[in-house]
Write a protein that binds this ligand. Structure first.
Ligand code: MV4
Length: 458
């Protein structure tokens, strides 16, 4: 492997370019007309324009991406996250074109993309799953039968789904038929596949995920977990590692099970296994992501392992035992804030020209970004413009460092989520570290109440 095409944009494209450069690999960027002046295009050894601004006509256009790869004569493609990163067909086209796809084999991506199949695969490997249906549910009647054995409340999920679409919480038998129909038609419209399955519904879960690496020689490994419960509308806002709720014993047990499971399914490269934690602290598998994730830096900060370089080395056929030396170190605590270009109240994307930009950088602070002063945030893509990652000896130190970094991060010309992050870091519940996926709803409620009290007082 000498030359890699990065099939992505923004901070992750730049992140992959950095890893390639460190390893002496040549890099090829692709960019849309809207990204002509972007840093990923500027810092790659070569850059090829692949089409108009809209993703469907550029970054998601498989023939255009493959043509660029062939013109530049690359050996491999790194998909980053989002875009084509979990598209098994794209990985198959790479294979057919004799280009190494830096990720798992398309068969495994396809298997994990069918959530119901992923669930049964995990069950067979003794990974704990929630009580629920075996296979997909074909009718309302079948749904009612499963719900009776599982016990209400239950949740209906789209097998082709993810990210919350095609999901319905069902609390009584009476409302099941209507919600079944609604979930089915939503899934058909969104994914062209109306298959549903059922799980016991957890009221206030925590979202905890485990980072996996697997080489091409049959060895897999877990690199510990990330706590990702601070999210709104299924968009994560803050992630941290390790999770305060996972004991060393649980971590070790899950690691053993996941290793066996990933080796069993022939997983390769980096992946993430998502779990829900119930109020008793028990973990249950829900989904697997077959890509590098936005929040991978918090794992890198505490383990000292460069996950993107690990992806490249795995794709070059290196053995995992050469890349990661066990036991995997877990040093201190890391927290990541996702800085989005968005309106502070409406949370709608805020595109435009950045007029001033100061990136904080000092002991224990890492900022992953592809933005700069005078740069433009186009309206066509994801609103993530930077990730601030704070590392400290413990959670307290990481929080203190994050607060300094947020205060010194200047972005003018567009709106960002930085002020929201600053308010979250002053919140008592957040600081205690005891929260679940409903945190943001409670947080906004507390803010509203406080505002009302202030109004009465004045
Ligand atoms: C659940 C659940 C409660 N019980 N499954 C939402 C997105 C999808 N990936 C899985 N999701 C959920 N599945 C059962 N059985 C609650 C959610 C959920 C959620 C999960 C993780 C992070 C944030 C969430 C916000 C709302 C609902």
């Amino acid at each position: 492997m000498r030359k890699v095409l990065i099939a992505n944009r923004g901070e992750i494209a730049l992140r992959v370019i950095c890893a390639c450069k460190e390893m002496g690999l040549r890099t090829v960027a692709i960019y849309s007309d809207a990204d002509r002046h972007s840093l990923h295009a500027r810092f790659a050894d070569e850059a090829i324009c692949i089409g108009p601004p809209r993703s469907a006509e550029s970054y998601l256009n498989v023939p255009a991406v493959i043509s660029a790869a062939e013109i530049a004569d690359v050996d491999a493609i790194h998909p980053g996250y989002g875009l084509l990163s979990e598209n098994a067909n794209f990985a198959e086209v790479c294979r057919a074109s004799n280009i190494k796809y830096i990720g798992p084999p398309p068969e495994v991506t396809r298997l994990m993309g069918e959530k119901e199949k992923a669930r049964q695969t995990m069950k067979r490997a003794k990974v704990p799953i929630l009580p629920g249906s075996e296979g997909t549910i074909q009718s309302e009647g079948e749904g009612l039968e499963w719900a009776k054995t599982v016990g209400y409340p239950v949740i209906l999920k789209a097998s082709a789904g993810g990210g919350g679409r095609g999901m319905r919480v069902v609390r009584t038998a009476e409302e099941l038929p209507g919600l079944f129909q609604a979930a089915q038609s939503e899934a058909t419209n969104a994914f062209g596949n109306g298959d549903l399955y059922m799980e016991k519904f957890i009221e206030r879960p925590r979202h905890i995920e485990f980072q996996i690496l697997a080489d091409e020689h049959g060895t897999a490994m877990s690199l510990g977990e990330r706590e990702c419960s601070i999210q709104r509308r299924h968009q994560k806002l803050i992630e941290e590692a390790p999770s305060l709720q996972v004991t060393p014993k649980m971590r070790e047990e899950i690691a053993k099970t996941l290793k066996r499971c990933m080796e069993g399914v022939g997983y390769q490269n980096a992946g993430t296994i998502e779990f829900l934690m119930d109020e008793d602290g028990k973990l249950y598998f829900i989904e697997m992501n077959t890509r590098i994730q936005v929040e991978h830096p918090v794992t890198e900060m505490i383990t000292g392992i460069d996950l993107v370089k690990a992806q490249l080395r795995i794709a070059m056929g290196e053995k995992l035992s050469n890349i990661v030396h066990e036991p995997v170190p877990m040093r201190g605590h890391a927290i990541e804030c996702r800085v989005n270009a968005e309106h502070p109240e409406k949370f709608t994307p805020s595109a435009g020209k950045i007029t001033a930009f100061n990136v904080p950088g000092f002991n224990g602070i890492r900022v992953d970004t592809a933005q700069y002063a005078e740069g433009v945030v186009p309206p066509y893509y994801d609103s993530l413009i930077a990730k601030v990652i704070a590392h400290g000896a413990d959670r307290e130190e990481a929080m203190a460092r994050m607060q300094r970094a947020l205060e010194m991060f200047i972005v003018e010309g567009i709106h960002t989520s930085i002020p929201l992050h600053q308010r979250i870091f002053q919140d008592e519940e957040f600081r205690r570290g005891k929260f679940d996926t409903k945190f943001m709803e409670r947080f906004f409620e507390r803010e509203k109440q406080r505002k009302e009290v202030e109004l009465v007082g004045s």
